[in-house]
Ligand binder design. Structure first.
Ligand code: ZN
Length: 511
């Protein structure tokens, strides 16, 4: 067999095992009865170990050595050259992390997650403390598999947002924070929006049916995907022909399920848009957490929370919920779904305050990893920092340090920056698409999304992991990552919503 074919055959086996493990995890959070839990944890751990062993086999390293020589003359954009380059990067990451550490982390993650599901409702941080100390220790050990870093967070960030470092994230956050804090202050000094029209009973089935209607219009391919219910919505992939999204429903909240569906659909459109020739190789995936999140946020917020989108869909939503919304004006509804307020829970936060939640988490993680903060002080420091940033007290740990599943199911470090990078880049991709096709906003008011999706597929989705995040943003938008489009987007949208005055524009740092 030729070396390239042998590499592809080996990668396909790894991909098969990973796909099977993903299916087991999806089932665990959707349909599995509780009694399946112990065996399921063991089964996914076994598959993960097998995939790790196969991928880190010395033979893969030898094939890469040989193929690097053979593909050296190819242009970097050649598929084979990209496959060898990306596989080499992932291989070097994987061989540095010992299988025993992977297993120990997986086992610990199952334990701490189980404990958190009990501790959060009980508001009991004390029992989480030793477990979280273990998470911190394991996260540090994982980072230390990659010596030569500037910050111990760097190797963890690199796993999710290749090319970024703690220092580059901090520089971006500092610039963004300086502009977001005044805009939050200006908005919250105005009369708050009234969200009462959303807080009405709405049957789950009708909510779900409406969400499916919208993502069908977005172009979600139901021949290659489906949606099911879960507690903490996510997207997962078994192959390029089978991309799953999940959502949750709150029957006293009219749009919670919808926006969760639109968010996960954005992740799915990215994956469904990848070239099918990449199937079974590492190229068949999103290129970074930040780029992935830019697509979920684009379809959820820049499209799904826009005035134009609702010009088309609001009469339909009113038709689905006539007793709840029949007498509610479009403008009242539009204000309600774009209500800005200082709130406790990150995942429920609006577009303007959301990034401040991320910055708090990122900074606390960095302090933990770099040894400036001990887990025993974490709950207290959280409360102090939150009150300083948001101006509201944290009533209990349930709404503070215990609020979401991060830290209680995965590492400390590496994950949070992706959310804000995604918000920032979502506006850049959207602006570039509209610059290329100025008719997109008018199409959205008619419920047509093909031009936008087509542009994104052509310029971003199809490439998968073949291009890095930095290459993706430069290739699609013509410039490097910048906060300007995002700040301009926030101004354009929230200036009329909250009656911000033109004279405030420069004070808020919007050009
Ligand atoms: Zn997401």
């Amino acid at each position: 067999m030729k070396p390239l074919d042998e590499l592809k055959a080996r990668l396909l086996e790894v991909d098969d095992i990973n796909g099977a493990a993903a299916l087991l995890r999806w089932d665990q959070t959707t349909f599995m009865p509780p009694g399946g839990s112990p065996a399921r944890g063991r089964q996914t751990a076994t598959l993960s170990r097998l995939a790790h062993e196969k991928f880190t086999d010395a033979a893969v390293g030898r094939l890469l050595d040989q193929l690097e020589r053979e593909t050296a003359a190819l242009p970097p954009g050649h598929d084979d050259a990209a496959l060898v380059r990306v596989t080499r990067r992932l291989y070097e990451q994987s061989v540095r992390i010992p299988g025993a550490l992977v297993s120990e982390f997986n086992e610990h993650a199952a334990t701490i997650y189980q404990a958190w599901t009990v501790a959060r409702p009980a508001n009991d941080f004390a029992t989480m403390r030793p477990l979280l100390e273990k998470t911190l220790e394991l996260s540090r050990r994982q980072a230390n598999c990659f010596p030569g870093y500037d910050s111990i967070a760097d190797p963890l960030i690199d796993l999710y947002d290749y090319g970024m470092k703690a220092a580059s994230v901090q520089a971006l956050f500092t610039a963004l924070r300086a502009r977001l804090v005044p805009i939050v202050r200006a908005i919250t000094s105005r009369a708050p929006a009234d969200g009462a029209c959303l807080e009405q009973y709405a049957p789950a089935d009708q909510q779900l049916a409406f969400g499916l209607e919208v993502i069908r219009a977005y172009g979600f391919d139901f021949e290659r995907g489906r949606q099911d219910l879960t507690h903490h919505p996510f997207m997962t992939k078994f192959s390029l022909g089978d991309i799953r999204i999940t959502t949750r429903v709150r029957e006293n909240d009219l749009t919670d399920a919808l926006f969760s569906t639109l968010h996960e659909c954005g992740h799915a459109l990215y994956e469904q848009g990848i070239r099918t020739e990449f199937e079974g190789t590492p190229l068949a995936g999103g290129t970074s957490s930040g780029i992935h999140e830019s697509q979920s946020r684009l379809w959820e917020n820049l499209v799904g929370r826009s005035r134009g989108f609702w010009e088309h869909f609001y009469p339909r939503l009113q038709g689905a919920f006539p007793s709840q919304l029949g007498k509610v004006e479009l403008d009242t509804f539009y204000r309600a779904i774009n209500k800005v307020e200082r709130s406790l829970i990150r995942v429920d936060a609006d577009e303007v305050t959301y990034n401040l939640h991320v910055m708090l988490r990122f900074d606390l993680e960095l302090d933990l990893l770099e040894g400036r903060l001990a887990v025993k002080d974490l709950a207290r420091v959280w409360r102090e920092r939150f009150e300083a940033d948001f101006g509201i007290p944290v009533p209990d740990d349930r709404n503070g340090v215990l609020q979401d599943v991060h830290w209680y199911s995965g590492p400390i470090g590496g994950v949070f920056q992706g959310y804000t990078l995604g918000n920032v880049m979502s506006a850049q991709f959207h602006d570039a698409a509209v610059a290329a096709h100025p008719g997109i906003p008018a199409q959205i008011t008619k419920g047509e999304f093909g031009t936008l999706r087509g542009w994104l597929r052509e310029n971003l989705y199809q490439h998968g992991m073949k291009i890095t995040a930095a290459e993706a943003i430069r290739g699609a938008t013509g410039s490097d990552m910048s906060i300007e489009p995002y700040m301009n987007y926030l101004w354009r949208k929230y200036q009329p919503l909250y009656g911000l005055e033109e004279r405030e524009r420069t004070a808020l740092g919007v050009s």
